[in-house]
Structures are given as C-alpha cells and as structure tokens.
Write a protein that binds this ligand. Sequence first.
Ligand code: CMC
Length: 379
Amino acid sequence: MNVCEYIPGLENIPAAKSSISYVDGQEGILEYRGIRIEELATKGSFVETAYLLIWGELPTQEELDAFEGEIRYHRRIKYRIRDMMKCFPETGHPMDALQTSAAALGLFYARRALDNPDYIRQAVVRLLAKIPTMVAAAHQMRRGNDPIQPNDNLDYAANFLYMMTEQKPDPLAAKIFDVCLTLHAEHTINASTFSAMVTASTLTDPYAVVASAVGTLAGPLHGGANEEVLAMLEEIGSVENVRPYIEKLVANKQKIMGFGHRVYKVKDPRATILQNLAEQLFEKTGRDEYYAIAQEVEKVVEEKLGHKGIYANVDFYSGLVYRKLGIPSDLFTPLFAIARVAGWLAHWKEQLAVNRIFRPTQVYIGERNQPYVPMEKRL
Ligand code: CMC
C-alpha cells in the first residue's frame, strides 16, 4: 500500500463516491441530485427534497403523498422518551438534548437487517418525523411546559412552528421556514455527514448514525456558527461599531463567525437565498434591528478578507431569519439538524450499498521501545 502524505482536516481527500449533492465552490453552485438549490428552494418543499435526496429521484404526487402521510403519522414520540427528556437540566444546550433523544430512539425501535427495505423506510420516516417533535418538546419542557402535540392538519414546517407556540403559523413564515429546511438539507461530505458515514460504516443502527452526526454538527466551526453570528451582531450593537470590531478580529487573526468555507471561495448560494428570505420577512413584519449591522459586517469582511476567498456562508443570515420567526438562538443549530437529517440519511443509505468500514491510518510521531518506569522512580 502507498504511504500517503498526512493532510490535516482531510482537505480535498475523497471519502466516498456519491451522487447525492454537488458543490462548485468557485462558481457558488449547489445541486441536490443534479437539481440547482435555487430551483428546489422556490419550487419544491422540504419533504419532497428529503425524498429526492434519500430515494434518488423526485417523487410522483402519489409517492409524495404517501411519504408525507407516513411522516405525519409518526410525529408523536413515546411518553417514556418525554419522561426521559423531562429529566434533562433546563440549562443544558438543546443540541445535547437532541443528541441524547435521537440515540434513545434506538432503544425503542429494534435493530433489523440493514438490507431490509421496510426497516430502512421506517427508520427514515421515524427520524424525519420525530426529530422536530423532540426539538420542540425539549424546548417546551425546559420552560416548564408540557410538550405541544404535533398537529396532523399542518405540513412539516408549519407543524414545527406550531409545536413551538401552539399557534398556527403565518403562511409566509411557514413557507420561509420550509425553504430554510431545504437549504440546510444536504451539503456533500461535511464534518457531520462524515461522522454519520463513519458510524454507518460499522453497520450500527440509524439512530446511532444520526446521534453521532448531531454531536458533530453542534460545534461552533460547523452548525453552531449560526448561534455565534447572532451573539456577534448583538455584541457589535451598532453599524458604527462594525468596522473597528471586524478590523480588530482580522488583526488578531480571529475567525469571524458566518464567514469562510472549506469549499466555497465565493458567497455561499444559500446565504444569498437566505438574505432574500430575510428581506421578504422584514417587508411583512418589519426590519430586524440587526440586519443593517449584518449588511455592514458583510461589506467590511468582504473588503478585508475577500481576497482570501472568505465570504458569507449559510450560517450568516439564517440566524436573522430564525430570530424573526421567533425562534430562540440556542435552537438555531437544532433547526439545522432537523433539516440535515435528510442528508445524513441519504448518505447512510448510499454508504450501506457499498459499505466498507472506515479505518484510516496515522503518521505515528511518538517514541518507541520506551522502558516502563516504576512509580517510585517517576519524576
Ligand atoms: N474569519 C476570518 N478568517 C478566516 C475565516 C473566518 N471566518 N475562515 C477562514 N479564515 C482564514 C484563516 O484564518 C486562514 O487564514 P491564513 O491562511 O492567513 O492562516 C484561512 O482563511 C484558511 O482558514 P482555515 O480555517 O484553514 O479554513 P478551513 O477550510 O479549515 O475552514 C471553516 C473552514 C468554515 C471552518 C472556517 O472558514 C471557519 O472557521 N469559519 C467560521 C465558522 C463558520 O462560520 N462555520 C460555518 C461553516 S458553513 C456551515 C457548516 O459547514 O456548518
């Protein structure tokens, strides 16, 4: 076997052959199964997109109705899972609550052979159906409320917003949230998807696959950045403060949250769509006080770091949209997870078809043949 050079972060090392999504980081193009994200965001729905990603083609109306119907039917979570969640500390981060709850699903749904199509379909449906319910339930319970039961009359996105407030959401808000889910559904082999694939490659159950991916998504360099963006905008506080704030970060070589991407060297196409959605929402419900600050941040960062290919990524505008939808900032990353379950499951299914356990190697740089020093002789 060839001994390869060590590449930190596995940058540019292919970890799979995949036909799920395609990114052109120079041109700012993202496609799911060959279809441009702009088309899916304007013409499709999240559940239809999840079907496309996981089963490989756009569903017929009949297939979509069946898939949506199954998801609606499986939205509720078992009372024992709710009881477990009631014991979570209300100060804990919702991503930790979600990771624990997703893993707990595996306790209730027995593992079956991974070549059983019924089991695959059931796991896909259960995870897509129950993850939003668990996010909303954990949020209600940490506030001392009973979880709000899913509403069978509402579609996927509207139902989630309903479980957050017990109010039927405004149709524009529900539509915009549905588009946000589509935009976050898949993005080739990023850290959490790789984590899902590594876990999947051991042939463990799909609930463990999703739980491991949730844990990976939680970090501030990945899904956690959207929460940090809002904290940064709050800290900046005014348009006048933007330039000195950003200049200081750049001078200190600190990362600016919501900017930069391993693949995109231009503005992330999802950031462009999200910015448009934010503007639509502001037109109807009033401007967010942080939007002007965000626009100034984008301008100054482009000026200072554009030459390095650092532009706004998907996380930069998503927080402003979610804030306008009335979602607290520590739920931004769980929303990313709700959407990304579709991509993780698509990669899980693709991985199973050609599975070989992931087992990379290392470049050993430690000592060898060292003596065992007795305790009394150690310094
Ligand atoms: N602010 C300032 N400088 C940056 C940034 C940033 N956000 N991102 C990269 N750089 C600089 C970095 O300092 C380095 O400069 P130099 O070559 O002078 O040392 C150069 O660009 C390369 O940076 P890197 O960290 O090696 O790049 P990477 O491909 O490993 O990192 C990233 C990609 C997303 C982790 C990084 O851009 C970052 O930390 N961004 C901030 C966090 C963020 O917004 N994350 C969300 C990513 S998109 C959604 C997702 O994947 O979850």
